[in-house]
Design a protein around this ligand. Structure first.
Ligand code: HEC
Ligand code: HEC
Length: 339
């Protein structure tokens, strides 16, 4: 037996072969999750959020509970108030070229706004009643029966329907644990209709914008989307959209599972530690970014070969180098043995 081990150790194929095997195993293990997220569209390959030591939700850079739960960004103001979101034209607010009102009992209320790039719609009034029941069952325990907020979850009054639909449709809400630093994407518990119903109920308490965006991807400019993405999003989500860690146990998630609507919602509402983009991105620019994310990032063409998880050139080059060099050494030994 010892002689077998000794002869094995003398075998010069062993080390290069081991090298290739180890790298291949590490590569498969760490990139499997990323590739899975991309293909089934249901999971995110972002790192899981750690539990924070004081067991309460903190926001952004170590802020303490009872502070602004929107990452320090002012909440959208109710329609009609002087500082409602979107004072500028074409920036996600109702100051848009298309505005549709409902007239009822001499009362006029805005139900949709936007332009040819994005139409923002508020869920119909008939959704409020079923939404109230869903809210009582799924949300009130943390957010309070009238969405007024509690010591464990923020006030939802006046956040606007897009914010509620984003958090519910991405499965972040209902949260499973209030000890998580950052609510993560997971398979949604409520379906698309129920998400809009809950949004309608919450919005009925204090109507606000942004409404839920419906993006018209026709006519989107992918190359403009690519440069806007590089400029505004890649710093956190990385240039391939694979996601990356931020400070204090928070992270920017992978963008491979988000629907066009969810990408637009994220941009216009700025969930948690993500900034809210309003005046600096017009609706047609948002449409370009959404098209780039959902067409290019989610379906990369990888002309250079396998993407290796899209984690970046250094890690990918390292793997190629190890596998390549290991393979060349093996081939050299084999040729030498035959000679
Ligand atoms: C287990 C407790 C819990 C339940 C249940 C829950 N939430 Fe939350 N919710 C939270 C916490 C905690 C946060 C803050 C999380 C964060 O910022 O990462 C939050 C954040 C939110 C936000 C973001 C608010 C903002 O201003 O950014 C929305 C919207 C929301 N919840 C809606 C809902 C809805 C709708 C339901 C029911 C379908 C629900 N939540 C159920 C705990 C909960
Ligand atoms: C400062 C860092 C930062 C920047 C810049 C940023 N994001 Fe984010 N983004 C985040 C964080 C953090 C989250 C997770 C928020 C949460 O906890 O719900 C997020 C979430 C998202 C999501 C939700 C993903 C999912 O599957 O649920 C999308 C989509 C998104 N961002 C798109 C964008 C786009 C497009 C841009 C550029 C216009 C952008 N982000 C810029 C930090 C950032």
């Amino acid at each position: 037996m010892p002689s077998l081990i000794r002869s094995l150790l003398k075998n010069r194929y062993l080390i290069p072969a081991g090298l290739v095997a180890v790298v291949a195993v590490i590569g498969l293990a760490s990139f499997g999750s990323g590739a899975g997220g991309a293909s089934n569209g249901a999971t995110s390959s972002a790192p899981t959020a750690a539990t924070n030591p004081i067991g309460r939700i903190t926001h952004g850079l170590g802020s303490v509970p009872n502070v602004n739960f929107n990452g320090g960004v002012a909440l959208p103001q109710p329609v009609g108030s002087p500082n409602y979101l979107g004072g500028r034209k074409n920036s996600g607010g109702p100051n848009s070229s298309i505005r549709i009102y409902r007239h009822q009992n001499g009362h006029k209320s805005l139900v949709a706004y936007g332009n040819s790039s994005i139409i923002y719609k508020t869920p119909p009034a008939s959704y409020i009643k079923p939404g109230a029941a869903l809210f009582a069952q799924n949300c009130a325990v943390c957010h309070g029966p009238a969405a007024e907020g509690t010591s464990i979850a923020p006030n939802l009054i006046g956040v606007g329907p897009a914010t509620v639909d984003f958090w519910v449709s991405t499965g972040r809400m209902p949260a499973t644990s209030t000890a998580q630093v950052e609510a993560t994407r997971k398979p949604p518990r409520l379906n698309k209709l129920q998400s809009l119903e809950v949004a309608a109920f919450v919005n009925s308490l204090d109507p606000a914008v942004p409404f839920v965006p419906y993006v018209n991807l026709k006519g989107a400019n992918l190359s403009k989307g690519a440069s806007l993405f590089a400029l505004n999003c890649a710093a956190c989500h990385t240039i391939t959209g694979a996601g990356d860690a931020l400070a204090f146990d928070t992270f920017a998630p992978s963008l491979r599972a988000a629907s066009p609507q969810q990408v637009a919602e994220a941009i216009r509402t700025g969930p948690a530690n993500m900034p809210r983009f309003t005046g600096n991105l017009s609706d047609s620019q948002v449409r370009d970014v959404v098209a780039y994310v959902t067409k290019k990032i989610q379906h990369p063409s990888n002309p250079g070969g396998a993407a290796l998880g899209g984690v970046g050139p250094v890690a990918e080059g390292f793997i190629a180098l190890l596998i390549g060099v290991g393979g060349l050494v093996l081939i050299a030994f084999w040729i030498g043995d035959r000679a």
